[in-house]
Ligand binder design. Structure first.
Ligand SMILES: Cc1cc2nc3c(=O)[nH]c(=O)nc-3n(C[C@H](O)[C@H](O)[C@H](O)COP(=O)(O)OP(=O)(O)OC[C@H]3O[C@@H](n4cnc5c(N)ncnc54)[C@H](O)[C@@H]3O)c2cc1C
Length: 448
């Protein structure tokens, strides 16, 4: 995730049907969980939801509420928690950050996005509380910080936007940030008290394990192909589902099933966790026991002090064909994580990293999100450009309502997402991707 909770343009990956997974992520910090069985045999249902990240989980829960007497099937190619929803940085945003100077003509757009975020955060908060999901929910907002010149300019921009939208905030100087975060690295920052920190793998596992009884979840069940008649037939390695309607919540992997090809791609991010800090080390981090920092530069580091006392830092993003990083590649990226960590917390230079992880996020070239009908009986939401925890939850619920024939302000807000820009094929793709990665980090300086 970036400080802007949204990425700049990037270009498209090749259309493979592999569903890569690994054990490097937040799930490693949790107790082992027994996954649900994979799909076998032939099933006929009114609804199938493909993809059990925040979007699919939210859609399935909503459909189950609309149709308490019907079976809703939810499938995922991997184990729950292995997609982006279980390996993100854990910021459930309410107030988005928009790069650049405040633009009065965009006020309606800012408000639209923030309404969607708000709806998603509210849904999540309710689900977590009603189902007693233990995901380290901590709702005290985030610190938007700047160390170098470009980010300092963004700090002024962000302040202008918060003022114009009458969103409460506190401006913090270096001393105040040092006192709160235990790092003298940042020259200025803004605390916005809205938004929640979560343990992402614990959240999605909790959401999956508390689904209503009429939702049947199948894990390790990749949908391989969709074919259409009056119904939709979804093929799996050892089975088939025939459904009246399909909700596609497969994020950047939608092109593998024939949707949004050349409009949606995967961007690979990576980060590291320290071991849990001891009491003395925690005390050196100032007065707070948990916080989340977002850089005001789009290429800057996202850093958290987690509830279990670890520093978690993410600061790489790259075009990698929509794939996770190998162990070797992660080890190489970890030198970048390490440098950023020691720059900010020299007093913790002796503290080793215990884990490194990567994750793939769905992005569009023009930073828009995807929502709506794809074919007669197929609906898709996804591609949240680095800010999908709250937004994906809202999009998932709204998509279920929409596919069910509903109408609401939330549906209208989601439908107003701008059309995605076309992404060129290879070799232009590779040139564009390299250029995009370079421009993302332009001027990042000390904020990386
Ligand atoms: C490292 C990282 C950090 C991030 N940090 C943040 C953050 O702090 N805050 C924030 O708001 N956002 C963040 N994001 C973005 C956020 O995680 C995503 O936008 C969000 O999780 C997307 O949710 P989703 O349900 O649409 O997709 P996913 O979580 O990607 O879920 C899609 C699911 O579909 C499944 N699937 C795909 N194809 C098939 C198929 N053919 N058959 C069956 N199943 C299939 C996948 O296995 C996957 O589980 C981050 C992303 C990454 C990678």
């Amino acid at each position: 995730m970036t400080s802007t909770m949204g990425y700049g343009p990037i270009f498209f990956s090749k259309n493979t049907k592999t569903y890569q997974s690994d054990q490097h992520g937040w799930a490693e910090l949790l107790p082992l969980r027994k996954s649900r069985p994979s799909l076998e045999g032939h099933i006929r249902v009114p609804w199938v939801v493909i993809g059990a990240g925040v979007t699919g989980l939210s859609a399935a829960r909503r459909l189950a509420g609309h149709h308490p007497k019907q079976k809703i099937v939810l499938v995922d190619a991997r184990e729950v928690g292995q997609g982006a929803s279980g390996r993100n940085s854990g910021y459930a945003v309410k107030v988005s950050q928009f790069p650049g100077a405040f633009a009065p003509e965009k006020v309606n757009e800012y408000r639209r996005i923030n309404r969607i975020n708000h709806a998603g955060l509210t849904l999540l908060r309710n689900d977590v509380s009603e189902n007693q999901i233990n995901c380290s929910w901590h709702e005290e907002g985030f610190y938007h910080v700047a160390a170098d010149e470009m980010a300092l300019r963004e700090c002024e921009n962000h302040q202008g936007y918060l003022e114009a939208l009458e969103i409460p905030y506190t401006l913090l100087d270096q001393g105040a940030l040092t006192e709160r975060l235990g790092s003298a690295h940042y020259r200025r920052g803004i605390h916005v008290p809205e938004g929640a920190l979560i343990q992402p793998a614990a959240l999605v596992r909790g959401l999956a394990d508390s689904l209503p009884e009429n939702v049947n979840l199948y894990e390790n069940s990749p949908a391989l192909d969709l074919s259409y008649n009056k119904t939709v037939s979804v093929q799996f390695p050892r089975g088939r589902i025939v459904a009246d309607k399909v909700i596609l919540a497969t994020n950047y992997e939608a092109p593998k099933l024939g949707f949004q090809n050349r409009y949606l791609i995967g961007s690979t991010l990576s980060g590291s966790f320290t071991r849990a800090l001891d009491e003395e080390e925690l005390t050196s981090l100032g007065s707070l026991r948990q916080w989340g920092v977002l850089s005001l530069h789009g290429g800057g580091a996202t850093i958290r002090l987690t509830q279990d006392g670890r520093i978690c830092l993410r600061n790489t993003a790259e075009y990698h064909g929509g794939n996770l990083l190998s162990d070797q590649q992660l080890a190489e990226r970890q030198t970048i994580h390490r440098a950023a960590f020691e720059r900010r917390f020299p007093q913790l230079a002796h503290v080793p990293f215990e884990y490194a992880w990567s994750g793939v996020e769905g992005i569009s070239r023009n930073g828009t999100n995807f929502f709506g009908r794809q074919r007669e009986n197929v609906f898709f939401a996804g591609g949240y450009n680095g800010s999908g925890v709250s937004r994906g939850t809202a999009f998932g619920a709204a998509l279920a309502d929409f596919a069910n024939g509903g109408q609401s302000e939330l549906i209208d807000d989601c439908l107003r997402s701008a059309p995605a820009s076309w992404i060129p094929p290879r070799p232009f793709l590779d040139i564009g991707a390299a250029y995009t990665v370079r421009s993302r980090f332009k001027g990042v300086g000390l904020d990386r």
